[in-house]
Design a protein around this ligand. Sequence first.
Ligand code: GLY
Length: 372
Amino acid sequence: MTQVVHVPLGGRAYDIHIGRGLLDQAGALIGPVLPRAKVAIVTDSNVAPLHAQRLTEALQIVGIASSTLILPVGEATKSWPHLSETIDFLLTEKVERRDVVIALGGGVIGDLVGFAAAILRRGVRFIQIPTSLLAQVDSSVGGKTGINAVQGKNLIGAFHQPSLVLADIDVLDTLAPRDFLAGYGEVVKYGLLGNATFFEWLEQNGAALVAGDHAARSEAVRMSCQMKADIVVRDETEQGDRALLNLGHTFCHALEAATGYSDRLLHGEGVAIGCSLAFETSARLGLCSQEAPSRVRAHLKAMGMKTDISDIDGALPDPVALVALMGQDKKVIAGQLNFIMVRDIGQAFVTTDVSQAVVLSVLEESMAAPAV
Ligand code: GLY
C-alpha cells in the first residue's frame, strides 16, 4: 500500500509517495505534474543500469518522452564541473521554466540536480526519485540543494523544494548492506531528536528493517518523512527548529572532512557516530542522564553500526584539529558554533553553550574506545 506524506508549504506544497512498485507507476504519478509530455532525467552510473530503463519505460507507457544524463558515482560529483555539465545538458534539452527535471539517485544526485533546477532559468521544477535509504528519509525531502566547496560540504546551494517525491521501497533491495545501514543512521536520528516512541519502535523493528521487511521499511520511511516534513513546515529555511535535523552532524561533518569525504566514512555512518557523541556530550554537561547515551550506543551496536571514532579505519587528526574542522560548519553564527544537544531520547535542542574542553574529552575518549 502506498502512503502519502503531504508537505504543506503553500505555493511550494508537494506530496511524498512511499510504497512498493512506485518506479513502475512513475508515468501515472508524474504525468499530472507535467505541462507537456517530456522530462529530463539525471542519474548516476550505479543507479542507471538498475533503475533508469524501468523509469523510462514507465514514462513511455503514458506517452512521456525522456532524455537521460548519467553522471559519475560519488561525492566528487557534487562539484562545479558536474553542475555545469548538468546545466549544459538541461539547456541542450531545451528544458523550460514549467518543465520538470527528474533526479533519480541518492543524496548526491538529488542535491546536485535540485541545485541545477534551482538556478536554471531562475528556477525550474524538479522531482526526486530517491534510490538510497538516506535520500528517501532525508535529502530528497525539504528542499536543501547544493554542491560541495573545497572549504567544506554543501557550502554552495539554495533552498528549492521538489514538486513531488517518489520513495519506492523496492529499490532499497538493491542497496549494499553498508549503504542501507548508513541510511539507517539518519532514520535513528529522527527518533533521537524528536520522538522517543519512534526510537523504541526502531529498537524493536531494526532487525526486520535490515532483513528486508518491506512493511517495516515503508513505515520507517513514512515516519521519518513525516517528522522531517513537520519540521520543514515550521522552519523551511533553517532559522530555528530545522537545525534539530542536524543532530550529530557537527561531529559528523568534522569526521567526514578528516576522512576526505571518502569511503572510509559514509555520511550516515558519521551521523550515527555523531549522534552517539552528541548524547555523550549532553550527559557530560549534565543535560541528560548517562542511561540515554548508553541506550543509543546499545541500539547502534546491535544494528552493527559504528558508534565511536575508533570504529573508523586509518589515521585521523587529533581532537584539537577535529574541533577546528567543526568551525567550518554552516551552523556557525557570529563565530559561535551551534550544537544540537539532548535532554533525553527524543528531546533535542540547539545551544551555543557547550564547553570546548568537554567536547575535546568526549572526542579523546571516543578515539580511544575499543573498535567494533
Ligand atoms: N538534512 C538536514 C535538513 O534537511 O535540514
